[in-house]
Design a binder for this molecule. Structure first.
Ligand code: HAS
Ligand code: HEM
Ligand code: CU
Length: 576
């Protein structure tokens, strides 16, 4: 399972030294752009946490001219926070991460011009969308539900950004197909397997959003159509909107499976199981979107229920992951002398910030995942839907399981890409502990407030203060406010370490920091003939993607059909 070192210069299709360093540079641009977006997005978060503590910081913010442009209102800030963190940060990071890793694992020489053009396109899409966002002409939140209507420039920018991600997907998938042709009868190396499965899933997932933006929102916002059907648009949105959360999660899983065991001092539990988890994600990630629409009228209860059961099914590969990765960590701790049912946990490599951050991210995800299963239950959904519970849920999924993992990964990835040394590992460690502590407190505060029926997406510290004050939830409000302060400190520490690392001089050969690829406990077999039946059956990723598409159409066409047949054109509104 080792990622091969660059082959002898001159190998026709292999990754020679020049293309390796070129590839690293593209990946570095993606990763750094991602974290710049996160920096801006995250700084807005504490203001929102204070709002959920009953403290209105927005009049004070509005007095500072630069901030007034960005955070002119609670909702402009919230839109920027959601878009930059959840959409921009994740997509840019993954485009670098899951471009670099599979090409490296397959030892395929990339077309660097194509890679740079794709990066440029993604950046152009982002900058285009930023214009109306910063001008308060796209304050529609990151879900942009119509009939709220943003400037067409926002939708066009967003569409270009997503299109660019599909080009990255294409580059990786084409490289993998080429590798398959050149290596008949061989098993795809596990890191490449996970990456290709993730990209194939994303291609199918993105179809809903692409259809929504290209056929509904862009023509409508340009004034070419009189109105848009909100229900149809929302349904297409959630076609993408659910699986996008796995597009955020699976890149972290790649690291939890393939790299974290070695960082902890152990081995990957089972390659076959790893492949199975990703194959299941490929097939079952998309056909579940109606679990975001239980409260929407005019969708049959039967289809909502079917999507609910499929949601429970797509939790299975995460449960597999939980046990499999826990086993890998226990293996690591045993190798370091750890014993006991839980006693081994102490023996992990807790001095290493990269390992610690990822393990803490995983711990947060135990609770994030459990909450997700509550959300998915048709019977519980009415209690939690649209309440503060939901932001509670997703800050310990995307906000921690994903974000804290990506942060922890940069501690080795940035040195590996740049040849620079991590600035102050001593500060890196408290930054991940503080992020974890802050987000866990945030989650307690927000879930608790949600159960008390505090709504999400509400500037209640301003307009609704009277009602809010009578709710007798002083403890969770205080926890939420406190968490905002802790998270601010965590973010400042982390970005200090990252930025100092980036501006430091290059001191090492980048290859001196190795990709921490783990061995597997069960030996891996390079050819399909020797491989286990599980490995053989999960290898045909294109066929699995075909199955995913068929299943998605089966559970979506009967839902979309009636909506198209009774299309309701609703004129746009600007609520801000
Ligand atoms: Fe979710 C809403 C259901 C996972 C993100 N989710 C959201 C929203 C976001 C989001 C952003 O069914 C809000 C959207 C909006 O703005 O309206 N979610 C689920 C389910 C899962 C799930 C069933 N969500 C995620 C992930 C996200 C994410 C992952 C981002 C990355 N979610 C919902 C539903 C809603 C929803 C409803 C709509 C709510 C509403 O009413 O609006 C599952 O995939 C979760 C499965 C996960 C597990 C946990 C496995 C645990 C692991 C860690 C093991 C740890 C170890 C550490 C081994 C079963 C893998 C051991 C270490 C030691 C030291 C001991
Ligand atoms: C929304 C706080 C970091 C993604 C929110 C809300 C709060 C908050 C209080 C709820 C606002 C409302 O419903 O009115 C924070 C704090 C952070 C932080 C204090 C850390 C300093 C993150 C990160 C991500 C993220 C790292 C993702 C990578 C989101 C998203 C929303 C949100 C997608 C939903 C926006 C919407 O409802 O339109 N955040 N957040 N946040 N946050 Fe964060
Ligand atoms: Cu979902």
């Amino acid at each position: 399972t080792t990622i091969p070192a660059p082959t002898v210069p001159g190998t026709p299709s292999g990754l020679d030294a020049a293309s390796l360093s070129g590839l690293k540079r593209v990946a570095q641009y993606y990763v750094v752009t991602a974290f710049m977006a996160l920096l801006i997005g995250v700084l807005i978060g504490p203001l929102q946490a204070l709002n959920y503590a009953g403290i209105d910081a927005y009049p004070a913010v509005a007095r500072i001219p630069l901030l007034r442009t960005i955070i002119g209102s609670y909702y402009q800030g919230l839109t920027l926070h959601g878009v930059l963190n959840a959409l921009v940060f994740t997509q840019f990071f993954t485009s670098g991460w899951l471009l670099y890793l599979p090409l490296r694992a397959l030892d395929v020489r990339p077309n660097l011009t194509f890679a740079w053009v794709t990066y440029g396109l993604m950046l152009a899409g982002l900058l285009t969308a930023a214009v109306p966002l910063l001008g308060n002409n796209a304050t529609v939140l990151y879900t942009f539900y119509p009939p709220m209507e943003a400037s067409p420039v926002f939708y066009i920018g967003a569409a270009v950004m997503v299109a660019a991600s599909l080009l990255v997907a294409g580059q990786v998938i084409v490289a993998w197909i080429g590798w398959k042709r050149a290596h008949p009868g061989h098993v795809t190396p596990v890191v490449a397997y996970m990456s290709v499965a993730t990209w194939l899933m994303w291609v199918i997932a993105a179809l809903g959003l692409v259809a929504e933006v290209v056929f509904l929102l862009i023509p409508w916002s340009l004034g070419l159509t009189a109105g848009v059907d909100p229900l149809l648009a929302r349904t297409l949105f959630w076609w993408t909107g659910h699986p996008i959360v796995y597009f955020w999660l699976l890149p972290a899983y790649v690291s939890w499976y393939a790299f974290l065991p070695r960082q902890a001092g152990g081995r990957l539990a089972s390659e076959g199981l790893t492949r199975l988890a990703f194959a299941l994600f490929l097939v079952f990630s998309v056909p579940v979107g109606l679990h975001h629409q239980y409260a929407d009228p005019n969708i049959s209860t039967a289809w909502k229920t079917i999507h609910m059961f499929l949601t429970f099914l797509v939790a299975v590969p995460s449960l597999l992951t939980a046990f499999s990765v826990a086993a890998a960590l226990e293996d690591a701790a045993h190798a370091r002398g750890g014993r006991g049912v839980l006693g081994w946990i102490r023996f992990l490599n807790w001095r290493d910030a990269s390992m610690t951050g990822q393990v803490l991210a995983m711990v947060s995800f135990i609770f994030g995942g459990a909450g997700g299963i509550v959300n998915a239950s048709y019977a519980f959904a009415p209690i939690v839907h649209n309440t503060a519970w939901i932001p509670g849920h997703f800050h310990i999924t995307v906000g921690t399981a994903t974000t804290l993992s990506f942060m922890a990964i940069t501690f080795w990835l940035v040195p590996h890409l740049t040849g620079k040394r991590l600035h102050s590992p001593r500060l890196a460690l408290p930054s991940v502990w503080l992020w974890f502590t802050g987000m866990m407190l945030f989650a307690v505060g927000m879930h608790w407030q949600g159960l008390a029926a505090v709504p999400r997406r509400t500037h209640l510290s301003a307009g609704a203060q009277d009602i809010y004050d009578t709710m007798q939830i002083a403890v969770p409000r205080a926890l939420t406010g406190l968490s905002g302060v802790i998270l601010l400190i965590a973010a400042l520490l982390y970005f200090w370490v990252l930025l100092r690392t980036l501006v430091s001089p290059r001191v090492d050969d980048p290859e001196a920091t190795v990709i921490p690829i783990s061995d597997a406990i069960s030996p891996s077999r390079p050819t399909l003939a020797q491989a286990s039946p599980l490995v053989r059956r999960t290898e045909p990723l294109l066929a699995l993607a075909g199955a995913a598409l068929v299943l998605t159409l089966l559970v979506y066409l009967p839902v979309l059909g009636p909506m198209l047949a009774s299309y309701q054109a609703v004129p746009g509104q600007r609520l801000w």
